[in-house]
Design a protein around this ligand. Sequence first.
Ligand SMILES: [Ca+2]
Ligand SMILES: [Ca+2]
Ligand SMILES: [Ca+2]
Ligand SMILES: [Ca+2]
Length: 448
Amino acid sequence: MKLRRLLLQAVLWLGSPWMATADDQFHAPVPLQADGKVINTSDNGGHSGPCLVDVDQDGLRDLVVGDFSGKFRYFRNVGSASSPEYSLVGYLQADGSDAEVNIYCCVGSSPFFGDLNGDGTLDMVSGCYSPGTIWKFPGTNERDHSGRLAKPTPILDKHGVAVRHPGAASWPSLFDWDADGDLDLIHGDSEGRIGLRANIGSSTAAVFDSQETMIEITNEIGQLTDHVIPKGHAAVAMGDWDRDGLPDLLSGSYNGGVYLLRNIGTLQKPHFQEPEAIVPPPMAAKGHGLLLPRIEGGTPKPGIRSQIFVVDYDQDGWLDLLVGDYMLGTQYTLRSDITETETAEFERLALHKHRADLDAAQAFSNHFITLPKRDSITPEEFRAFYTQEKAKWEKEPPQVRTAEELTELQKDMAQYLKCKDDKPKQVDEGYVWLYLRKPPIDSPSRTE
Ligand SMILES: [Ca+2]
Ligand SMILES: [Ca+2]
Ligand SMILES: [Ca+2]
Ligand SMILES: [Ca+2]
């Protein structure tokens, strides 16, 4: 048993998903704070969708964060341009109530601002969940501190048809894609598609083309595909990441990574390279960030379903990233006298248990799909069949051995818990991570 435990520890050391760090181009990510606390959209189901914009037009960029409620939390910058400090004001208002989009699965609201009618006030756009309509909240001239917007309408094309991809969720961004002086609409969907709707109107009256220009890449098996973002969830943004004068495309992903598609076309006709991960997915290949072990009061860790905002946060000339995320965690409460070493040990055990649980669930579902099933079956009959087959399967020797190992693990974990019999709680989390970029090594501005 001792040998097995040693082996297990070696595996756990090597396999920790949190060992995956952002590429050397970033400093370690830090979660943004407001009013002295880390911003966490857990009370609204997580899925943070960040955006920096000067809401109250006092010359300082404020922070707007979407989440699973479909609303938009507004944090005013009460610090300075070079050293922002945020304080929660409340939800952005639209037409007398909280601005809101429809969301019931998998994503957060995704605020982005731009002046679509040239009246000098910023309008807000946001995606939502199924159908992935893109909503426009016109800006108003009421310069108070509530960030007032007018009643939302779906963004329509020149024929009055709502702009959207086939995928369930949508993420919009506004950018002058073709360098003709007006804002175009770039939008991604949950299947990883990204498309452009050119503004065929003007900078004072945006009209979006009915033709979609899709971003396409050649995938690993040589097929041309428009599903460009690995694992889908194309939460798009644009910015000249490599400072070559051509705006590049960036996107979040279901896996929590951030991808860069370098523009190798021209200013008027962008063309993109295949996506490269500039923030690697925070999870190891196994597991997708759901029900990962978390420690109550522990240090936050980047999750999945990244929604991004590209901005030169520290104004050093190099674009940085804000990354909103989601994590459904299994939260454990540890003993109050626990040491750092014990905490690390507990994290390793809990992670191993998480993976073993996932493996067991996957193994049964692999087995279950091979079973012969009747054509017509009621949901009750299906449940009974499933339960009976699972019970049978769990009595087989490999599953019995796994169950014994899990019991052993649980015993090991119990010594670190506040109450040994406590059942862990499930918690939603959603942070806003600042990935400050280090200027490239060959850049004279790099300081380390
Ligand atoms: Ca401001
Ligand atoms: Ca344009
Ligand atoms: Ca570029
Ligand atoms: Ca910067």
